[in-house]
Design a protein around this ligand. Structure first.
Ligand code: PLP
Length: 387
């Protein structure tokens, strides 16, 4: 067979997929693996896509996305974060947040440039960095610091090759959120070392206990060095529609729009109209989902903390609980394999998010309360069997 690129073929496959694939076909298993809402996309959104297609919106559009959607996104940025964003030059609609991250890395990274990211981190960050010829530099974050960067850790990760700093708040997998003081510290460091900040805010709407999502771009002099990544996937239960969006300074955006044209031309057009409808509809729909997540979070976190040898700090945002299982004395990967084989319970090992995730398990609570109760029972049975 002709050759395949080493860079591409050596990209590891994700451990989340591995667990997910192993659990396929086991309908009697309890599964906490998937990172996607279990709610259906709201009817209003589906209807808007259908109507848009019937009206002939089935052709290529501007590479950066349909203008009414960009205008509405600019309004959203102003209302949510007091950010003034030019919809003509600073916004783009992408094929999910994933493509937006890829575009940013492609547009900025030169071979050997370093991209700083938290450890544990969302699995694709290091892979996307390597694919774009960059070097992933993992800055270990700790449970005792709410899984946030500290000034000391961050400064230790910086070298003359540092180019981008990834901030993910609310964070997958830890559920941690950066408060104002952390953001101010990150902003200070980014300015001092002239770094771009790639701020992944896809879970911005899924926050609990009155926590407030603050975009680092809203801090003084930060908009000019921040790329915001966002998506309709999690806020509106639209993972399969593949609509994300990004904000960046005009000069960088111009380059990214060009790359986006080469890669996908534009985001699926009826899906862009669906996204527009999502922004225009009564936001109570997202609020209702959030209420459900909040209830599930409570049941799951309480249940985990009741199990001897397991502890779980309540996540401030996202729909993931990151349970500390260090006291069980078994590596996370082994725990996960055995849990599947012995009690039919599928969760994601912390190591799916880099080696700093060792000693943790990620439970997605985008599942029903009944599933959570059943899963907790199985988990407790399994933990007791270890003694
Ligand atoms: N960023 C984080 C932290 C995520 O967890 C995800 C999806 O799981 C994404 C970005 C990308 O989401 P999408 O491509 O569906 O918009």
């Amino acid at each position: 067979m002709p050759k395949i690129s080493r860079r591409a073929s050596q990209t590891p496959s994700s451990k989340i997929r591995r667990v997910f694939n192993k659990s396929l076909g086991h309908d009697d298993w309890v599964k906490f693996t998937v990172g996607e809402p279990d709610f259906d996309t709201d009817q209003t959104i589906i209807e808007a896509a259908y109507q848009a297609a019937l009206m002939g919106n089935t052709h290529y559009v501007h590479n950066a996305g349909i203008f009414p959607l960009r205008q509405q996104l600019a309004k959203k940025f102003y209302e949510d974060q007091h950010l003034t964003v030019n919809p003509e030059t600073e916004l783009m609609v992408t094929n999910g947040g994933t493509e937006a991250i890829y575009l940013a890395l492609q547009a900025i990274v030169e071979p050997g440039d370093e991209v700083i990211m938290p450890g544990p981190q969302w699995t694709p960050y290091p892979m996307l960095t390597t694919l774009n010829h960059g070097k992933a530099v993992i800055c270990k974050v700790h449970e005792k610091d709410g899984f946030q960067y500290t000034e000391e850790n961050l400064r230790r990760s910086i070298t003359p090759n540092s180019r981008i700093l990834i901030l993910n708040s609310p964070c997958n997998p830890t559920g941690g959120m950066a408060g104002r003081s952390t953001l101010e510290m990150v902003a200070k460091v980014a300015k001092e070392f002239d770094l771009w900040v790639l701020s992944d805010e896809v879970y911005e709407k899924l926050v609990y206990d009155g926590n407030e999502h603050i975009s680092i771009a809203s801090l003084p002099e930060m908009k000019e060095r921040t790329i915001i990544i966002n998506s309709f996937s999690k806020s509106y239960a639209m993972t399969g529609w593949r609509v994300g969006f990004m904000m960046a300074p005009a000069a960088l955006m111009q380059v990214m729009v060009k790359l986006h044209e080469l890669e996908t031309s534009c985001c699926n057009v009826p899906a862009q109209y669906a996204a527009l409808a999502a922004l225009n509809m009564d936001q109570v729909v997202t609020g209702r989902m959030l209420e459900q997540y909040a209830k599930r979070r409570e049941i799951l976190v309480k249940g985990l903390n009741r199990i001897s040898g397991v502890s779980c700090v309540p996540p401030k945002g996202t729909f993931y609980a990151f349970a500390n299982v260090k006291e069980l004395g078994v590596p996370s990967d082994e725990l996960v394999e055995r849990m599947m084989d012995e009690v039919g319970l599928a969760v994601v090992p912390g190591t799916a998010f880099g080696e700093d995730g060792e000693g943790f398990l990620r439970f997605s609570f985008a599942v029903s309360e009944k599933t959570i109760e059943e899963g907790l029972e199985r988990f407790e049975t399994f933990v007791k069997s270890l003694r």
